[in-house]
Design a protein around this ligand. Sequence first.
Ligand SMILES: Cc1cc2nc3c(=O)[nH]c(=O)nc-3n(C[C@H](O)[C@H](O)[C@H](O)COP(=O)(O)O)c2cc1C
Length: 291
Amino acid sequence: MTSILLLTSSPRGGASHSTRVAAGVLEELRRVHPQASVIVRDLAKDPVAHIDEDFVTGIFVPSDRLNEEQRERLAQSDALIDELLAADVVVIAVAMINFGIPSTLKAWIDHVTRAGRTFQYGESGPRGLVTGKQVILVEAKGGVYSEGPRRELDHVTPYLLQLLAFLGMTDVKVIGIEGTALGPEAAERAVGTGLERAIELMRELTPDAAATTPPPHWPPKGRTKRNCMPWCHSEPTIAELLSDPIVRALMAADRVAPEELRANLAKIAGTLEPQHREVRQRGCSQATSPA
Ligand SMILES: Cc1cc2nc3c(=O)[nH]c(=O)nc-3n(C[C@H](O)[C@H](O)[C@H](O)COP(=O)(O)O)c2cc1C
């Protein structure tokens, strides 16, 4: 059975774009791995403590000579490492904060980067022990860093890729959501692109499963997303909802959080412009996306 570990780290709560897209990634993963076990860790809401003196002294002490504080610190670190080692797929949602990663994610990294457990030194230097994982990084940044003069200011992607490789995780896919501070429309576009990338990624990561397991409700056989509205079907996934242009426009205007979308689908549909409602009533076969 596939195990998925999802870490979110944005301090922006329900407004977080990285968390939204990571939720879409998780939906897609669940679609191709319906039996998967999932652990979700919100490092912003439930932060792990920063490492301290008890931790850094404890890692050099034989286990039978640890004092109570050191034992406690290492027990937490061990639990986080066990969680990481047990995962087949690790999804890390990151918000750029002051050109780097959130301090809560850094605290988690400091706990799981431990000699003898997740890396070890050998004759040819350090070797990562966290191997065989698929990692998906979902990174939201206020500015644009993938090209242009700000490239060198990005201390999120290079740092995380280097750190993950150090620990042995070299199969890393990055979903970039850039320019979220350039206005709501730019942010929605970036999120939409991120969600599309998530769907593409599933095909890359699990070509057989993705090809043979169509989404249960959307799009229905013979129809494409462009000629079918998501609320023509029961239970569209969050990713599908978020990729719909009307839903995206509503979210941009009303700042509807993705978790609220599913619960409020009927209400949202009810607020649509008359022509959209008409499209909905006509049904999928004639519906055309107003994109
Ligand atoms: C405290 C704080 C610091 C930020 N620092 C930067 C920064 O240095 N560079 C940048 O491009 N965006 C910065 N941003 C904008 C965020 O990267 C942007 O809002 C992004 O969408 C955050 O990810 P999230 O949507 O998952 O929360 C900052 C935002 C906050 C709240």
